[in-house]
Design a protein around this ligand. Sequence first.
Ligand code: ATP
Ligand code: MG
Length: 193
Amino acid sequence: MINIVIFGGPGSGKGTQSAKIAKKYGLFHISTGDVLRDHIARKTDIGKVAHSYISQGMLIPDKLMIKILEDLMRSRVEETKHGVIFDGFPRTLPQAQELDMLLTTLDTRIEAVIGLEVPDDELTKRLLLRGQESGRSDDNAEAIRTRLAVYHKQTKPLMEYYKETGRYHAINGVATIDEIFDQICAVIDKANE
Ligand code: ATP
Ligand code: MG
C-alpha cells in the first residue's frame, strides 16, 4: 500500500498523471477538483458554496475542504485500502497538516509527494487552450491569473513542508505525457522498495 500526493500549479497535469498512476498501481484517485465539480453539477449545498469560489479562481475555505476530504476518506475505507493518489489536495499548510493527522489515525501515511514543475507562462497557455473546450468556469484569463497567484502564495509553501520530511520529489512537467509518467513511476517504485 502506498499513498501519494501529486502536486503542482493549475494545469500542471495532475489529473492526467493521476489517472495513469491510479491504473498502474491500483490506487484510489481522489481529485478534490472533480469532487467539487460533481457537487456543483448536482447543485448540492456544498456545490453552491464551491461554485462561488471556484469560478473566481479562489480556494474553498480550509475548514469546509478538510471536512469534505475526511468524509470521503471515511466512507471509502474499502476502496482506499490499497492506497490513494491525492490530486489537488492538500493545497494549503493546514490541509497538509490535517492530512498527515488523518492518515496517522488510519494507521498509514503519505510516502511520496510528486511535484510537477511547470513555468507560469506554460501553465497559462495550457489553461487558456483547455478553456476553449473544457467549459470550466475557472479556465478564463482572469480566474487563471488568480489561480496562479493563489498557487504561489498558498500552495507552493507546502513544498518546504514536504521537503523537510524528505518526501518531495521534483519532476519536470514540461515533456510528453509518457515521459513524465516514466519519471513518476521511477520515483514511486523507489519509494515503494
Ligand atoms: P490540474 O489541471 O493540474 O489537474 P487544476 O488546478 O486545474 O489542476 P483542480 O485541482 O480541479 O484544477 O481544482 C479546481 C478548483 O477547485 C481550484 O481552483 C479550487 O477553487 C478548488 N479546489 C480544489 N481542490 C481544493 C483544495 N484542496 N482546497 C481548496 N480548494 C480546492
Ligand atoms: Mg485537475
